[in-house]
Design a protein around this ligand. Structure first.
Ligand SMILES: Cc1cc2nc3c(=O)[nH]c(=O)nc-3n(C[C@H](O)[C@H](O)[C@H](O)COP(=O)(O)OP(=O)(O)OC[C@H]3O[C@@H](n4cnc5c(N)ncnc54)[C@H](O)[C@@H]3O)c2cc1C
Ligand SMILES: NC(=O)c1ccc[n+]([C@@H]2O[C@H](COP(=O)([O-])OP(=O)(O)OC[C@H]3O[C@@H](n4cnc5c(N)ncnc54)[C@H](O)[C@@H]3O)[C@@H](O)[C@H]2O)c1
Length: 465
């Protein structure tokens, strides 16, 4: 049985732990899928490359507003895929090659297979493609095994060829019609991507609002815009799926009773399930949360000494920048056992890269009330700042929520063009403890740039009494 100083399960953020400071340690890296994990291969990176393409197509379709006779004359799906995967796939291959064969990694053994705990510090590894399992032991283990798309219990689903975010970007041809089940991040982003490329999109959501985790004003505005752009079926339950000679029929139940929806392709986008179950963590005695994640403390330690976890398998956020932050904490703690670092989850931002974009950090208005905070709220429309006029914007707005007692922001929410970029000074203010109005007046804001929407929202908060 091979013994290692450190075993890392999963090569998403887990892979970034290893650097020259670990060169004296014998390290095992175990990966069952694509090297580099979800973000690189099937998540953030390919989706945003497609979103950029979709943004260009969407803008071209709306040129008339600016006196331009632009149209989308051709959508060459093969060329679009080649741009995206022609860049990503070589990065995956070179990442695997670097860890497996480069002199920098002579202390690292890469196993292509599925790890499963067989004891506290013991892992069985089933090689991809079958063959005899290997058992290894390690003094320290980092679980960075991520999550996978959740598949809901819909009658007949097993009998149709449905897609998830893992497969939809690699379909050989664009479908004419696409039904998306779910109303969250993945649904909002892929609805934009595929509709901008000319696919007829139907969004099927259980709740009466899309993106219902967002501040209510943001979710409501987004739902209105989405309903105008896509065939949006809200408050619908998908109860059955059946294969037709060509395509699929979905049976929905909603306020008006039963509906039948025929489509060429189905995308399931109802959340993600942590990969804890693949690892048989009870065999190691590792504690899990009620929703199946691995429980960790503020140092990313699991309940078993010497076993750490990070990213989607333990984090409730499911975001790459959180997985990366936790990876840096675990890396530090492996190197400095007597000076442990603590994760900072105070102000975790997120963005939804749809059209319009959404970005958010901190509490929603309802969340601030629920937390008993006495708040001021300020809203600034893009339409009332100069660059908003230039863009003919009608939908975008910045919403700020400040603690009346301290003058500090407790939440910031933006819907509109470049929301994910515009929100950064607000994340900075919250993280570094700047008072909201001093953020507005303590610096120049470039005129007539879009951040003036943020500046004006800050100035709408009352001066501190
Ligand atoms: C479509 C989509 C778009 C996204 N867009 C964004 C975005 O724009 N911004 C953002 O912040 N986040 C985004 N995310 C979320 C982001 O991708 C994840 O939060 C992040 O990749 C999690 O990293 P991780 O290292 O925890 O897990 P992963 O990157 O999933 O890595 C885990 C690895 O472990 C491997 N593995 C699992 N079980 C085992 C086992 N038993 N043995 C061996 N190997 C195993 C898996 O094959 C995988 O490669 C998106 C996700 C999706 C699905
Ligand atoms: N831009 C980004 O940062 C980004 C983009 C994509 C994905 N992600 C990450 O990936 C995760 C997964 O995305 P997602 O959109 O799949 O999940 P999500 O949690 O964002 O949304 C899931 C949606 O599915 C609905 N739902 C849940 N169970 C259902 C069921 N049985 N039937 C019908 N609807 C159901 C929920 O009400 C919700 O609307 C996100 O939560 C996020 O962490 C991030």
């Amino acid at each position: 049985m091979q013994h290692f100083d450190l075993a890392i399960i999963g090569t998403g953020s887990g892979n970034s732990i290893i650097d020259e400071r670990f060169s004296s340690k014998r390290i095992a890296v175990i990966e069952r899928g694509s090297f580099g994990g979800t973000c690189l291969n099937a998540g953030c990176i390919p989706t945003k490359m497609l979103v950029h393409t979709a943004d260009l197509a969407h803008a071209a379709r709306h040129g008339a507003r600016f006196g331009l006779g632009t149209t989308v004359e051709e959508v060459d799906w093969t060329a679009i895929q080649e741009r995206v995967f022609g860049r990503i796939d070589p990065i995956e291959a070179s990442g695997r090659e670097y860890r497996s064969g480069h002199a920098d990694n002579s202390n690292v053994t890469v196993f292509a297979g599925t790890a499963r705990f067989t004891g506290a510090k013991e892992l069985g590894i089933e090689p991809n493609g079958g063959g005899r399992a290997t058992t290894i032991t390690a003094d320290e283990i980092v679980i960075a095994a991520g999550s996978r798309p959740t598949i809901p219990g819909i009658a007949g689903l097993d009998e149709i060829d449905y897609h998830t975010s893992d497969t939809i970007m690699r379909v050989p041809e664009l479908p004419k019609r696409l039904a998306i089940i779910g109303g969250g991040f993945v649904a909002a982003e892929f609805a934009h991507v595929f509709s901008a490329l000319g696919v007829e999109v139907t969004l099927i959501a259980r709740s009466s609002t899309l993106l219902r985790g967002e501040d209510a004003d943001i979710a409501e505005r987004f739902t209105d815009i989405a309903s105008a752009r896509w065939d949006t079926r809200l408050a619908r339950k998908t109860v059955r799926a059946e294969a037709l000679d060509r395509g699929t029929r979905l049976t929905l139940e909603g306020p008006a009773g039963e509906e039948l929806l025929d489509t060429d392709a189905v995308l399931i986008a109802v959340g993600r399930t942590p990969n804890t179950d693949l690892l048989d963590v009870p065999a190691a005695g590792i504690r899990t949360t009620s929703d199946g994640r691995i429980a960790v403390d503020e140092h990313q330690r699991t309940s078993i000494d010497g076993i750490w976890a990070l990213g989607d398998i333990s984090s409730p956020w499911g975001l790459k920048h959180v997985a990366n932050h936790e990876q840096r904490v675990v890396q530090h703690n492996l190197l400095n056992p007597n000076d442990l670092a603590v994760t900072d989850h105070r102000f975790v931002p997120h963005a939804v890269f749809s059209a319009p974009q959404i970005a958010s950090v901190g509490l929603t208005e309802a969340g601030a009330h629920a937390a008993g905070i006495d708040i001021d709220v300020a809203v600034q429309d893009y339409a009332d700042v100069a660059y908003g006029w230039a863009m003919e914007d009608k939908d975008g707005f910045v919403k700020l929520i400040a603690d009346r007692a301290t003058g500090q922001l407790v939440g910031a929410h933006i819907l509109g063009a470049q929301a994910a970029t515009l929100i950064q000074p607000l994340i900075q203010a919250m993280s570094l403890g700047f008072e909201a109005r001093s953020l507005a007046r303590g610096q120049y804001w470039i005129h007539p740039a879009l951040p003036e929407a943020v500046e004006n929202a800050l100035l709408k908060l009352p001066a501190r009494r």
